[in-house]
Design a protein around this ligand. Sequence first.
Ligand code: ADP
Ligand code: MG
Length: 778
Amino acid sequence: VNLMESVLQRRSLQMRNKQHAWEESPEGKKMLQARMSLPAFKEKERLLQAIAQNQVIIISGETGCGKTTQLPQYILESEIESGRGAFCNILCTQPRRISAMAVADRVSTERGEHLGESVGYKVRLEGMKGKGTHLLFCTSGILLRRLLSDRNLDGVTHVFVDEIHERGKNEDFLLIVLKDLLPRRRDLRLILMSATLNAELFSNYFEGAPMIHIPGFTHPVRAHFLEDILEITGYKLTPFNQVDDYQEKLWKTKRQQLPRKRKNNITLLVESALSESSFENYSPKARDSLSSWIPDCIGFNLIEAVLCHICRKERAGAVLVFMTGWEDICSLRTQLKAHPLLGDPNRVQLLTCHGSMPSSEQKLIFEKPPPNVRKIVLSTNMAEASITINDVVFVVDCGKAKETTYDALNNTPCLLPSWISQASARQRRGRAGRVQPGECYHLYPRCVYHAFSNYQLPELLRTPLNALCLQIKSLQVGSIGEFLSAALQPPEPLAVQNAVDSLKMIGALDENEDLTHLGEYLAMLPVDPKLGKMLIMGAFFRCFDPILTIVSGLSVRDPFLLPHEQKDRATTAKSKFSAKDYSDHMALVRAYEGWKEAEREGSAYEYCWRNFLSAQTLQAIHSLRNQFHYILKDAQLLEAEATLNNSLSHNQSLVRAIICAGLFPGIASVVQRETSMSFKTMDDGQVWLHPNSVNMRYETIPYPWLVFGEKVKINTVSLRDSTGVSDSVLILFGGGLINGVSPGHLKMLRGYIDFFMDPTLAESYVNLKQQLDQLLQR
Ligand code: ADP
Ligand code: MG
């Protein structure tokens, strides 16, 4: 122990010398100046003292005041200064991987170091840290995973949980676990950081922990709402008959709920919303459906008009546009690129900002644009709090964010662009006042803003809990329900029950809610349990390669781009990859393999262009594949002899069966009529295929079932991706859900099984036989 102690002391000394050298260098001095200008600096001593005296504290302050980059660094510096640098071990969690990486990068620059020296990061499947790393930025998911194997966080001295105001499910989950840990680790310090001011909520949760607020500096930002914007830009709202058919379809399903007088014309609707008095007269339900219309009919043209106005008439300064999601960002970018002013690279630098962008592009966002060029960043709500772009003077806020809501009653996650909260809208607006007074263009009427809820619903209450429940189980903290009831705002019991049922269904939990062997492995894999199961099955059945692509694709996003204006050409391009497989998943595999081939030939760019594929997404899928591969190898789930893992990859029916095994119980039956086809699931009844699915193109599908990865509810329930499977595959690979198969099919299967299967094979075979016999008797 003494030896260890002295090694650490020596290292601490070295760290101090290094820190001093940097502080005295010219670059170091300059950096220190910049850091000292941040509002957090004035509070430094008070903060350090509070952290020393209390086990838990809660810090709030405006975005950009220096919470994330400065506070953990203050601790590190003061520990180093007092000669204890090598003894401290600081963790700081971020909700998103990109912010963990960006912040770690920034902090190591501020310390005059390379990433991975005293400051590092670790995010899912990726990291940069070394022996000398004492401040680690990680995602909240990573810390949760670490808690699985290291329940007391041995050796950790400080834990920062950042952005708790966002109420992400991992953060809420972490708080339960950490609250439970604190009495066992009296020396551990927990610091919660939040942007907006609902600090009391967290303080109460931690028995009245002290709160410290960092007063910020921001310049005033003028808010323009839709009514003002129409006046400023002279823009005319699009009449109903000009909106495209997708919106028309939406409109048809919605209009029943609207006052009849207003049915004819969206323009009228919006206009009525613009006059506050008439909007107030609507019932809450009508108001809801009315306000949900506004962004749809405004569309991209209004955004274009606002951007033009800024570029032509306004002073210099970057523009930050908040969009609902990645798809919208892509389509808008395509539209703007074609614009004579906005698409001219000599006048406008058009950048995007979203969760999985490559770091080269990420850097550009923070950099100054060339002289006389205006920087426009199209972003998801990513840039709302976790990333700060300093030179933003103009914000355009569409008022919506794509968030998953979860409908526990029919167990469907719904991915809907929904209205943001007032807190988010204020936050977005505040992004324009970083360096000088700013302007914010809210693309919705003022009265709609007043109808927003104050805060957003915590994620724990609006997502399926499968992966979370699996992790709770492997934390060995007792019953899942009881554990979750200790949350800040506990989820509905029904949502918990659904998650437990679904984990039982895929075989991760047994009848007593205990982890099975499969469950133990699945808890280790950083993917959705169903996809984890698909990976493991792919490895066992030796068709690992295509399955790896499919799982990575499902975890990243669809690489097929379907720009609005070229929908037909894009769909045709996509369907070329389907080759009568009746499978979106196989189409993905083909597209990916084609891309690899094109890359080898040096024609990847043309390949993507021709086939409407996103090179960026393919690249992300590619790197995720490598990482999953590594993890499975590490968990010893792959054969040592690499070729063995893929000896059956060419076997299409097998691959189809493994897709079924993974996506089960995501199953829809195909109801074939003479002239039409319809689809049904157990939970929802009638469902539809997503317009982007390759299966949309067939008049008949020669399979009785479709397995699907994701269903989304946008007015109706639709299956985003699907693969046709046969009865036998469903029965053999799908597990318990066989009640819908016809007796004729069952008899045939029973025959198959007796004929083909070696009775000594497995006990599951006996089970299957019994199940089939039972069904046949009914
Ligand atoms: P908070 O966590 O309070 O929102 P941060 O600590 O993330 O604030 O950022 C503090 C300040 O550091 C920002 O206002 C910005 O000036 C600067 N900063 C942060 N990241 C970068 C970066 N990658 N490049 C340049 N400056 C940055
Ligand atoms: Mg921050």
